[in-house]
Write a protein that binds this ligand. Structure first.
Ligand SMILES: Cc1cc2nc3c(=O)[nH]c(=O)nc-3n(C[C@H](O)[C@H](O)[C@H](O)COP(=O)(O)O)c2cc1C
Length: 418
């Protein structure tokens, strides 16, 4: 089962009986990857296309599909589901479903929840192009649009019926983008008004013009942190070593190559920072005298003299009146011990200790962290880097506000879209 977080936005995904419902399990997966808690509610029609078991497997929650389910009503009934949701997304939304909602009808669990909720509603219509163009459907869509319901798409193109025209459901990735287009609607703005500088990725220390010393860092954790901090309302500067990752939406990226360049770039931006997160795997040592020309294959053996690189994290932590500083410690053994020592030696406010192993840490999709601060500790269990990043940002915001007073907004619950 896909892991769900207890702190992510609560999205109720309605699935109705269109052929495009085969794409809805992927939508669940993409939303949970972004840290959302997803509760699937299916219409009778949807059950004819995809098994509830599929949605249960990808969402990690029992699917709800029956308003007359006495057992379910005794636990989290339709009113609780309506209150639980931060957002309701219906994908695909059939012509029938659109008709029900436009006319305020409630003949099944999903349409009843939609009437009983104050959560914003997004619909991704999917149907044959003649159905979509039908005046009845267009009148219903307009009525919903005027009521503030977001209509996502539909796209134009080849249809399941073999014809072409408007009526294709948007792709799951496009729907997720629409859901997160204004993250402040869904996600706590715990870093609102603050500037966060984050380092990510490896550094490359040249040996000669074609060779370098580097490490296995992919940059994924630092980039996930940049996204999470941005979604939490911060202005984010991402000082990045060479990685193959796109710039996260709304984030300013400064590209560097060596530890020295990273040190200088951080120092150029850290003056304005409220929070600094040193997530990059900076080379501790660099070749003392890189050759200006390619070294030829002549000598039987050779050795490389290395000198210490500047310590960016320690230098930021040492700044008088500097930002709340968070360091990362990648360890293969005694993670907590080494990280606690680093917390003290470097004088940082928080240390995120990273166990490097076969399924965890460098160049992996998942991570688990032990987070330490003076007088406290938290375990962030293994999860996708996006989820771990959001949890770490929540912790950082809480410690920042506890220790640095009221600069920026205090943590608050996500505010639903109006
Ligand atoms: C094979 C098949 C595919 C269908 N595809 C769609 C579709 O893409 N869009 C749509 O609005 N209705 C479609 N329908 C019709 C709906 O399933 C039907 O109107 C049903 O009553 C919708 O109920 P629901 O909205 O409660 O799921 C399809 C029906 C069948 C049999």
């Amino acid at each position: 089962m896909t892991e769900q977080t207890e702190d992510g936005p609560k999205i109720l995904l309605g699935v109705t009986g269109g052929i495009a419902s085969y794409k809805s399990p992927e939508l669940v997966r993409r939303l949970t990857e972004r840290g959302a808690q997803v509760q699937v509610v299916m219409s009778r029609g949807a059950r004819e296309f995809v098994s509830p078991l599929t949605f249960q497997a990808v969402s990690g929650r029992r699917v709800r599909d029956d308003i007359w389910d006495a057992q379910a009503e005794a636990a989290m009934g339709h009113i609780e589901l309506a209150r639980w949701a931060d957002l309701i997304v219906i994908a695909p939304a059939t012509a029938h479903c659109i008709g029900l909602l436009a006319n305020g009808l409630a003949d099944d669990l999903l349409s009843t929840i939609c009437l009983a909720t104050t959560a914003p509603l997004m619909l991704a219509p999917a149907m044959n192009h003649v159905m979509w163009r039908h005046p009845a459907v267009q009148t219903n869509v307009r009525a919903l649009d005027q009521r503030g319901v977001r209509i996502l798409g539909p796209a134009t193109g080849d249809q399941a019926c073999g014809e072409e025209g408007p009526g294709r459901m948007l792709e799951p990735a496009e729907i997720v983008d629409a859901v997160y287009a204004a993250p402040e609607r869904l996600i706590s703005q715990s870093l609102k008004g603050l500037t966060v500088v984050i380092t990510a990725g490896p550094t490359r220390e040249p040996i000669d013009p074609v060779r370098y010393v580097t490490n296995r860092s992919s940059g994924k954790m630092g980039y996930a942190l940049a996204s999470a901090a941005r979604e939490a309302g911060a202005s984010v500067v991402l000082v990045s070593g060479p990685v193959a990752l796109p710039v996260p939406r709304g984030v300013k990226r400064v590209e560097v190559e060596t530890a020295e360049e990273m040190y200088r770039a951080v120092n150029a931006h850290v003056g304005a920072a409220d929070v600094f997160i040193g997530c990059a795997a900076v080379s501790d040592y660099r070749p003392e005298s890189p050759s200006t020309h390619k070294i030829k294959r002549k000598a039987e053996a050779m050795s490389l003299a290395l000198v210490r690189s500047p310590d960016t994290l320690a230098s930021v932590a040492a700044l008088v009146g500097g930002p709340f500083t968070v360091g990362f410690a990648a360890e293969t053994q005694d993670v907590t011990g080494h990280a606690r020592a680093k917390l003290t030696n470097k004088g940082v406010d928080m240390m995120a200790a990273n166990l490097v192993g076969p399924d965890c840490g460098f160049d992996q999709e998942t991570n688990a962290l032990t987070v330490l601060w003076e007088g406290g500790e938290a375990q962030l269990e293994q999860a996708s880097k996006a989820v771990v990043a959001r949890r770490l940002v929540t912790l950082i915001a809480a410690r920042y506000h506890a220790t640095r007073g009221t600069r920026g907004a205090a943590p608050q619950a996500g505010t639903p879209v109006s």
